[in-house]
Design a protein around this ligand. Structure first.
Ligand code: DC
Length: 220
C-alpha cells in the first residue's frame, strides 16, 4: 500500500489538494481532522468541558468514531450517526483543536488511521501524519500559506455555504488554533524532516497539485 501524507496549518488548502490528488491517483482520501472534530462535537453537545482532560478521556468510553465512503466521499460516523456536516460548525474547530492536544484522544484515534493506511492506498491530511501516524509515508508534503491568505480561503469556504464570517474574527480564531496545534506537547504540528515544504500563498490549487505530482514522479 502507498501513503501520501499532507500536513500543515488550517486553511493551507490541504483538503482541496488531498481530495483532488486522491481522485487522480485512485487512492482513498482520509481527512483526519474530521476524526478530532467528531470528538469535539460530542463534547460540545454533551457538555463535556474540552479543556478538562479527565472528563474528555472518560467520555471516550462512550464514543465510537468510524469512517464510511459514499461515492468516494468520506463520511464520519459518531456513534453510528452521520455527523459530516455538523463537525464543520465554526465552534467545533476550536473544540477539536483543544481535545486533539490530549494524548488519550490521539491514542484513541491512531489505530483507525493506521488501519486505513494498511488496507488502502491513501492520501491522508492532518497535522501529524508525516511525523507520527505514517512516518514511512512514500511522500510527505508540508503545505503552508500566510495567515491572511488562509483566512481568506476559509472565509470563502464559509461564504460558499452561505455563512458570512468576519475576516478579523476568523483570522484570530485561525491564529489561536494554529498556535495551539503547534505548541502542544503531543504530536505538535510541524514539518517532518523528510517532508517537502510547499508555500501555497500565491499558488492556485492546480499549481500546488502539479508541484506535488512532480515530487511524486521524482520519488517513483
Ligand atoms: O484539519 P482540521 O481543521 O479539520 O482539524 C481540526 C483540528 O484537529 C485541528 O485544529 C487540530 C486537530 N488535528 C490534529 O491534531 N491532528 C490531525 N492529524 C488532524 C487534526
Amino acid at each position: 500500500m502507498t501513503a501520501i501524507a499532507i500536513d500543515g496549518p488550517a486553511g493551507a488548502g490541504k483538503s482541496t489538494i488531498a481530495r483532488a490528488l486522491a481522485q487522480k491517483l485512485g487512492y482513498l482520501y482520509l481527512d483526519t481532522g474530521a476524526l478530532y472534530r467528531a470528538i469535539g462535537l460530542y463534547c460540545v453537545e454533551r457538555g463535556v468541558p474540552t479543556g478538562d482532560k479527565a472528563a474528555v478521556t472518560a467520555a471516550l468510553d462512550s464514543i465510537d468514531v468510524a469512517l464510511r465512503y459514499v461515492d468516494g466521499a468520506q463520511r464520519v460516523l459518531l456513534n453510528g450517526e452521520d455527523v459530516s456536516e455538523a463537525i464543520r460548525r465554526p465552534e467545533i474547530s476550536l473544540a477539536a483543536s483543544a481535545v486533539s492536544a490530549m494524548d488519550t484522544v490521539r491514542a484513541f484515534l491512531l489505530d483507525l488511521q493506521r488501519d486505513m493506511a494498511r488496507t488502502h492506498d491513501v492520501v491522508m491530511d492532518g497535522r501529524d501524519i508525516g511525523t507520527v501516524v505514517l512516518p514511512d509515508a512514500r511522500v510527505k508534503i508540508f503545505l503552508t500559506a500566510s495567515l491572511e491568505e488562509r483566512t481568506r480561503r476559509r472565509q470563502a469556504e464559509y461564504a460558499a455555504k452561505g455563512e458570512e464570517r468576519d475576516f478579523d474574527e476568523l483570522l484570530r480564531e485561525m491564529d489561536q488554533r494554529d498556535r495551539q496545534d503547534r505548541t502542544r506537547a503531543v504530536a505538535p504540528l510541524r514539518r517532518a524532516e523528510d517532508a517537502v515544504e510547499l508555500d501555497s500563498t500565491s499558488l492556485s490549487a492546480d499549481e500546488v497539485l502539479a508541484a506535488i505530482e512532480s515530487i511524486l514522479k521524482e520519488k517513483a
